[in-house]
Design a protein around this ligand. Sequence first.
Ligand code: HEM
Ligand code: FPP
Length: 326
Amino acid sequence: MQDIIGTGVRRHHDNLLQVFRSYYQLTKPRIILLLLMTTIAGMVLASHGRVDPVLALATVAGGAMAAASANTINCLYDCDIDYIMERTRSRPIPSGRVQPRDAALFAASLAIASFTLLATFANLLAALLAMSGIVFYVLIYTHFLKRHSTQNIVVGGAAGAIPPLVGWAAVTGDLGWAPWVVFAIIFFWTPPHFWALAMMIRDDYAAVGVPMLPVIEGDEDTARQIWLYTLLLLPLTLLLVYPLHVSGAIYGATAIALGAIFARKAWQLLADPHDREKARSLFKYSISYLMLLCVAIALDCLPLSQHVTSTIAENLPQWLGAIGPM
Ligand code: HEM
Ligand SMILES: CC(C)=CCC/C(C)=C/CC/C(C)=C/COP(=O)(O)OP(=O)(O)O
């Protein structure tokens, strides 16, 4: 008898775990992690590394819920094509694990909770920016552009660039040049990030009639455009050092090193646009690139880093003098 009850409880527990896992998958959690890193970068920049922990926690939670809501609505809207594409077939809605109505309720609750949290613990601007991220991603990207334009992700990429604005606004209550530069970095990073992936899986997109650039214009043109966006992205990353002076030498050196690797991978793809391994390598690297760039922004703002940077700046002429004329 006890065995039967035990098995029943275990089965109920397993089912509950399955349900949690399905809703968790619906939010595309790994993408949220990177979006949050950009939010944290925005907060750290705005507060010169001294973020209030309660505000930080509320902003991260509110930002995560807004992105989770946007991703859930995207899964709901796209479930017809997700059902056909191999990469997306096993997602919770096409595989029947979550009913569309439940997903809609889930997304609405997340958006309301996000707005409430951000408006209460941060400010109205941060809350409205997060909501505009959801609206832009769902309406402009998912509804208007994704299935109708080869420039879908160029314009749609603006939604993914909003989280650092949320982070900055949560700290300061307004916006300035620095957060808009981080916005622009992510905006120009998105086409190489996504088109590299789209080159790998363009047959999937072709099968469902989504006009991603590699499907319509082919590999050569896509590789050329990736190269162009990469060339625009790299100098943009340095604007935080000069003329904005919100980041220092540690960030600057990291941005140059990371950018050089990015440029090398984009160049290799340009030289061999049909090589899917080169596209895969650029796609994977694009994720590490943005993560590390955000880590560098945060590290650079720590008081210790600022001390190291100012010591180097003060003593550099003396050290160079000691080396003597070259
Ligand atoms: C319009 C803009 C964007 C498009 C169309 C796009 C598209 C994609 C797609 C289709 C994937 C593959 C996901 C999968 O295999 O299920 C992906 C992966 C990923 N994207 Fe993007 N992306 C965009 C912007 C962003 C932004 C702004 C971020 C974060 C700042 C981001 C972070 C990631 C990460 C971390 C992954 C890897 C997820 C994993 O490991 O499964 N993406 N992206
Ligand atoms: C502030 C705020 C809430 C911003 C929201 C930003 C956001 C959720 C960006 C996500 C970008 C992304 C992963 C696009 C992929 O969509 P897709 O439909 O092309 O991908 P798929 O084919 O994998 O479904």
